[in-house]
Design a protein around this ligand. Structure first.
Ligand SMILES: [Zn+2]
Length: 285
């Protein structure tokens, strides 16, 4: 089944700003839109394959761990300027509409080691810099939630005041690439012990909370409800990586993820293919 057919109707609209910056508060690093940035609404599914490949390749560079601070910041900012932030605030809770409740509830997750938190306290975690200069007093960007039909929580996620911890951001992308590497490792080995080890990593990936609602669009239509950009990336990735003869491949030379638009390409670029062949022929000699 084709990606476009399967996810024909979604509530995946997301927000990206023209400029992001890395800021620190109490020794914690955050990524956040710059106060003078411009907001843009877009649908991540329009560039779903690029989104997944870019997320994987940022994860790969973070896994290699040879970047200096400046390069690491530039990479995160460039990703955010292309696709927006990941949306942890609405991705993590069990009750995504937590603004209607005094508490936010958590299932098992990589970010909080507790079952619940006061809603006010929780919201502060994502607005460590308060209301930025020149922003509306209430700190919301309500028109966007009205356009997208999303719940009140997104008026914060989509605002300039919203910030995400960079260690969480990086952690998710690193895990993401490690999973991809395990999928490819599993397919690429005949060693039973190695296959088992890879299978364990592959099976550790799960998503809760992906729902849908019904709407009409000339006929009754299923509308997928994504709670965050993180969920869009993970869902599309899982869909692609598990497809028969998947076009989501790992370059045989450099390990980068790439999307093979046609044929059986095993390399991300002509350069990698040439280098691989040079090394192979040298190896034979
Ligand atoms: Zn390559």
């Amino acid at each position: 089944m084709n990606l476009r057919d399967f996810f024909e109707k979604t509530s995946s609209d997301w927000v990206r700003y023209s400029k992001y910056e890395i800021k620190e508060k109490d020794g914690q690093e955050y990524i956040t839109p710059a106060a003078d940035s411009k907001i843009e609404l877009y649908n991540p599914l329009d560039s779903a394959e690029d989104l997944v490949v870019d997320a994987l390749n940022v994860g790969m560079l973070l896994c290699i761990g040879e970047l200096n601070t400046q390069n690491r910041h530039d990479m995160l900012i460039s990703f955010a300027q292309s696709y927006g932030l990941l949306g942890f605030m609405t991705a993590i809770p069990l009750n995504g509409n937590f603004m209607e409740y005094p508490h936010v509830f958590f299932g098992r997750n990589a970010f909080f080691d507790l079952g619940m938190m006061e809603t006010g306290e929780y919201m502060k975690l994502f607005q460590p810099f308060g209301i930025k200069e020149g922003q509306p007093r209430d700190g919301f960007s309500l028109p966007v939630t009205l356009i997208t039909g999303k719940t009140l929580e997104y008026s914060i996620v989509f605002s300039r005041n919203y910030s995400e911890r960079t260690d969480w951001f990086e952690g998710v992308l690193k895990q993401f690439y490690m999973h991809f590497a395990a999928c490819k490792g599993y397919e690429g080995t005949d060693n039973p012990a190695l296959k088992d080890a890879y299978a364990e990593t592959v099976s550790c990936f799960s998503e809760y909370g992906l729902g849908f609602r019904m709407g009409v669009d000339g006929k009754p239509t299923m509308v997928w409800d994504f709670n965050s950009l993180k969920m869009v990336i993970e869902t599309i990735y899982a869909f692609l990586v598990s497809a028969a003869d998947t076009p989501l491949r790992m370059c045989k030379r450099c390990g980068k993820a790439f999307y093979a638009k046609h044929g059986r390409s095993e390399f991300c670029s002509g350069r990698c293919r040439n280098q691989f062949n040079v090394y192979k022929s040298r190896g034979k000699k």
